[in-house]
Design a protein around this ligand. Structure first.
Ligand code: AHR
Length: 515
């Protein structure tokens, strides 16, 4: 009897973990409505963010013309090449919080004469302003992407911002256009995306929404469209789930804005945790927090719909990504973190959510491009490594400017202890050549998930696939072992009469192309 009781107790102890392995594969039925696509997935959903923070700009992008690292006019060639490969569509700069302390005139003219400044937000370091407006515009031209400049509202003036727009975009004769010419650039640039401050509720001035709405209206009155340039003015939007902020901005300033930004990080502020040392609880927590992006977008969109049913105003998720403790031994103010397979799945989920809400979400920018937070690239002197997140952007770039295909999908659960989340995330699009692209993430770190898909309104005869996965949830690329997490050819799908069936390995991101 004692033996029997011990056995029963042992089985009971196992139950929670067995439960966490359970999986209902009768779900995961996907319907792709291939003849119902109406909205284009803007390429700008795949944008990036680069702040004067840690080694994002200095060291990550800019090493100067005298560097032994190969550059084009001081900008790293390897980084440019890697980002061109994933078709970077736009780049937000110079912040973040830094933007509301930045005075652009400090960053133009002969480099040796530019004043040094203290980066009060990020590590208190002194920087020499060698990377300024001309260098940023050069970087965007090398990338082949659109600039997205965030102006200084918090500690700047309307005049300063107005002059920056004039400096960049005015073709006629004026003090600022002449200054630009004197600094070596005859033709104006084209700059569409313009942020009017950053996080006005926090580091951008600690304003109340009513006050900022008026400040925004005042600033944009003086931001002119110098033909043929047309500004797309983006207001500092809510932090996470501050729906009241969105309400006030839409009500008080709606007609004056083109875009409203939203910042949401996958982070537990009370316990950020390590980027690389985590267990399944840490994996699950991050997946669950990431999925909250869907609710956020939908609820902010509901508020926006009330004031803008025609969806003229874009929701601009211009800061998203994971935020962990910095790597041991690095400057806490530099926000340098490693990037694992977990981050790759986070990126896949977020990008699927953005695609799915492309009718309202017109731009998104991962934080940040190089060496900061959920970076797609890490550098160390002359070395460069592509992170798992980079590879997700590579797999997903096919969605850029494709037509979003509405889907119906009910996912199986991924359960851990007493909690559960959907195990599979998916989105689909059709490109200009008629090819259908389906990107899927399996959030379950143990169980494969079979997805059975019905394609409505079209038929396909060929498919190919690529997958990103690894043996361990903590797998990552280092300077010593840069190819630990790499995309590979994927053979786990087959065509059926009505669509296709795919077996997603555990903890994976898969991209399928169907013709
Ligand atoms: O991306 C790091 C910081 O996070 C940005 O500077 C700020 O906008 C946000 O709070």
């Amino acid at each position: 009897m004692k033996r029997l009781l011990t056995l029963v107790a042992a089985v009971c102890c196992l139950l929670p973990s067995l439960k966490s392995y359970a999986n209902d594969n009768t779900k995961n039925r996907l319907i792709i409505n291939a003849d119902q696509g109406r909205h284009i997935i803007s390429r700008h959903l795949y944008g990036h963010f680069s702040e004067h923070l840690g080694h994002c700009i200095y060291g990550g992008v800019w090493v100067g013309e005298d560097s032994a690292i190969p550059t084009v006019r001081g900008i790293r060639k390897d980084v440019v090449e890697a980002l061109r490969q994933i078709k970077i569509p736009n780049l937000r700069w110079p912040g973040g919080c830094f933007a509301d302390t930045y005075h652009w005139m400090d960053g133009v003219g002969p480099r040796q004469r530019r004043p040094s400044i203290v980066n009060t937000n990020w590590g208190g370091i002194t920087e020499d302003n060698h990377f300024g407006t001309h260098e940023f515009m050069d970087l965007c031209e090398q990338f082949g992407c659109e600039p997205y400049i965030c102006g200084n509202v918090g500690s700047g003036t309307i005049r300063e911002m107005q002059q920056w727009v004039e400096y960049l975009t005015f073709n006629g004769k004026s003090p600022m256009a002449d200054l630009r010419r004197a600094n070596g650039r005859d033709n104006p640039w084209s700059v569409r995306f313009w942020g009017v401050g950053n996080e006005a509720w926090g580091c951008g001035g600690n304003m109340r929404s009513e006050y900022y709405a008026d400040v925004f209206r005042r600033f944009v009155t003086y931001l002119y469209d110098y033909e043929p340039n047309r500004l797309y003015k983006i207001a500092s939007g809510p932090n996470d789930d501050s729906y009241a902020w969105t309400e006030t901005l839409m009500r008080e300033a709606g007609p004056y804005l083109n875009g409203l930004s939203l910042h949401y990080y996958t982070v537990d502020w009370a316990n950020k945790g390590s980027a690389t040392q985590f267990d399944e609880i840490g994996w699950f927590k991050v997946m669950k927090k990431t999925l909250f992006m869907k609710e956020l977008i939908e609820r902010h969109s509901t508020v926006m719909d009330r004031y803008d049913p025609g969806k003229r105003v874009g929701l601009v998720v211009d800061e998203w990504g994971t935020w962990y403790e910095v790597e041991p031994g690095t400057n806490p103010g530099f926000l340098y973190q490693q990037n694992t397979l977990r981050d790759a799945v986070v990126a896949g989920i977020n990008l699927n959510i953005f695609n799915t809400h492309c009718e309202r979400v017109r731009m998104a920018n991962i934080a940040q491009m190089v060496n900061v937070l959920q970076a797609v690239i890490l550098t160390q002197d002359e070395k460069m490594v592509l992170t798992p997140t980079y590879h997700v952007f590579d797999l997903y770039k096919v969605h850029q400017e494709a037509t979003f295909l509405p889907i119906q999908f009910e996912s199986a659960d991924y359960s851990l202890n007493s909690d559960k989340i959907p195990a599979v995330s998916v989105s689909a699009s059709q490109d200009a050549r008629g090819r259908i692209h389906v990107t899927l993430c399996n959030l379950d770190p143990h169980q494969p998930n079979r997805v059975t898909a019905e394609l409505r309104g079209t038929s396909v005869t060929r498919f190919s696939g690529r997958i990103l996965t690894a043996r361990e949830i903590t797998a990552h690329n280092t300077f010593e072992m840069p190819n630990e997490v790499q995309p590979a050819k994927f053979d786990g799908a087959r065509l059926t009469g009505s669509g296709f069936e795919v077996m997603l390995p555990s903890k994976s991101v898969v991209a399928l192309e169907l013709e």
